[in-house]
Write a protein that binds this ligand. Structure first.
Ligand code: CO
Length: 208
C-alpha cells in the first residue's frame, strides 16, 4: 500500500522554505489570481510547466493533456481557454510540445499497437492525434532515422495544434477586440531542459 506521506512531507518543507524566504509568499495570492500566461502543454511528468519556467504560484494558468492537443469540441480545453482570455486577461499563450512525446509516438505507431483495437478514451484521442498529424506522417514516411522522424513529428504537432489554437473563438475574439494577446508555439527538449520557440502570432499576424 502506498501513502500520501512522502508528498505531504515535501509539501510542508516547500511551504516552510517559501515562507522563510518571503513571509508574504502565500498571502499575496490568496484573494485573487492574475496569471500573465496560459500554458497548454503535454501531461508528461517530465514537462512540468512551472518548474521548467521557474514560475511561482499565480503566474501560469495551466491546461495539460496528452500530446498538448487543441480540440475545439473539447469543453474541458475550451473552457480553460475562454476563462484565461475573457476573465483572467492573460497576455500570452504558450503551447508547448516536447521531444520524446509518448502521445506522438503512439499516434505514429497506431495501426500496429493493441490500442488500435480499443474503443477507449485513450484510443479515440490518439486516433484524433493521428489524423492531425496525417500530413507530417506522409511527408516523413521515408525517413531512415526513426528518432529524427519523431522529432519532426513533435514539431509538426505543435504547428498543427497552434493552427487550431489561433482559429478558436476566444483567440479570434480577443484579436478582433484589439486585445493584447501573443500566442507562441514551443518545443521542450528533455535532454537539455531548454524551451525553443517555433512560431508566434499576434493580432497583427504571424511573426517569423
Ligand atoms: Co507528451
Amino acid at each position: 500500500m502506498t501513502t500520501l506521506k512522502p508528498l505531504l512531507a515535501k509539501n510542508r518543507s516547500w511551504a516552510l522554505q517559501r515562507r522563510q524566504r518571503n513571509p508574504h509568499y502565500f498571502q499575496q495570492n490568496v484573494h485573487s489570481q492574475k496569471p500573465h500566461s496560459l500554458w497548454i502543454g503535454c501531461s508528461d511528468s517530465r514537462v512540468p510547466a512551472e518548474v521548467l519556467t521557474g514560475a511561482h504560484p499565480g503566474e501560469l494558468f495551466v491546461h495539460r493533456n496528452i500530446a498538448n492537443m487543441v480540440v475545439s469540441g473539447d469543453d474541458n480545453f475550451m473552457s480553460v481557454l475562454q476563462y484565461a482570455i475573457e476573465y483572467l486577461n492573460v497576455s500570452r499563450i504558450v503551447l508547448c510540445g516536447h521531444y520524446g512525446c509518448g502521445g506522438v509516438q503512439a499516434a505514429v505507431s497506431l495501426p500496429d499497437i493493441p490500442l488500435s483495437d480499443e474503443n477507449s478514451p485513450l484510443a479515440r484521442r490518439i486516433t484524433q492525434l493521428r489524423k492531425a498529424l496525417a500530413p507530417g506522417l506522409a511527408e516523413t514516411r521515408d525517413a531512415t532515422d526513426e528518432s529524427e522522424r519523431l522529432n519532426l513529428l513533435v514539431e509538426a504537432n505543435v504547428l498543427a495544434q497552434f493552427g487550431h489554437l489561433i482559429r478558436t473563438e476566444p483567440v479570434l475574439n480577443a484579436w478582433r477586440a484589439g486585445g493584447e494577446l501573443d500566442v507562441f508555439g514551443c518545443v521542450y527538449d528533455l535532454q537539455s531542459g531548454h524551451l525553443k520557440e517555433l512560431i508566434q502570432q499576434n493580432a497583427e499576424g504571424q511573426l517569423p
